[in-house]
Design a protein around this ligand. Structure first.
Ligand code: C5P
Length: 234
């Protein structure tokens, strides 16, 4: 079998309504550049990434103004109604170029602080894994399950609970089949690992840094700017 290659997929077709900004969060300004420019550069940082597919919203008016990293081929596709549809569209567009057993790394457009060291550790750790996996972070707060009226119904044992981050890394054919079947069954999975779990696999959790935050609320932007500045200081 040929040595598998690695492809990046960035779902960037969301509107990010929780930000309350005039434009989707992947196009907000962060440290003098757009969020998505940082994200692209971070995912392209590992020379093993052979190419990147970015899923854009049908009315995207900002992509054409971005600076694309040199040295890696970046293509775009039109995204879908939910994140899972956007990712599936990107995987289908990879079909002609990538082998079924090639690895795909799906990384949120809104996670611009991915550390290059975490990316390369994910690739190294999962290179021979039969399933694949994801960067993740053990939960540290005590977890509550809410009942009616925002009253605590139960305290959930946090042992064994993790935050799912991205990139999430799976084989192209396995992920495409899992996502396609989950969507066809009406299961709108919120990440790739959930599709693989639904298909009966057990993705591996690889500990990642907590500064790989997903920009979701307005207060996340200054926090991401702080994290980026600190990372550059080493
Ligand atoms: O909204 P949320 O933060 O969960 O979105 C995660 C990622 O999925 C973002 O990068 C967003 O642009 C992307 N997305 C997408 N297509 C959608 C919805 C979200 O590519 N229909």
């Amino acid at each position: 079998m040929d040595t598998p290659r690695y492809w990046g997929v960035i779902p960037a077709a969301g509107q990010g309504t929780r930000m309350g900004a005039g434009r989707p969060k992947q196009y907000l300004e962060l440290a003098g550049r757009r969020v998505l420019e940082h994200t692209l550069e971070r995912l392209a940082a590992d020379p093993r990434i052979a190419g990147i597919v970015v899923a854009l919203g049908p009315d995207d008016a900002d992509w054409g103004r971005l600076a694309i990293p040199a040295g890696v081929e970046v293509r775009t596709v039109t995204g879908g109604a939910e994140r899972c549809h956007s990712v599936l569209n990107a995987l289908e567009s990879l079909g002609g170029r990538a082998a079924p057993t090639d690895w795909v790394l799906v990384h949120d457009a809104a996670r611009p602080c991915l550390r290059p060291a975490d990316l390369s550790r994910l690739l190294d750790t999962l290179a021979d894994d039969p399933v694949g996996g994801l960067l993740a972070l053990p939960v540290r707060d005590t977890m509550k399950r809410a009942g009616t009226g925002d009253r605590v119904e139960a305290t959930v044992d946090r042992a064994g609970l993790w935050h799912a981050l991205t990139p999430q890394m799976f084989r192209l054919r396995a992920l495409r089949e899992a996502l396609g079947k989950a969507i066809a069954a009406g299961v709108l999975v919120t990440d790739e690992a959930a599709a693989m779990e639904w298909a009966g696999h057990r993705p591996r959790l690889v500990v990642g840094a907590g500064d790989n935050l997903k920009i979701t609320r307005p207060e996340d932007l200054p926090l991401a700017e702080y994290y980026l500045a600190r990372q550059f200081q080493g």
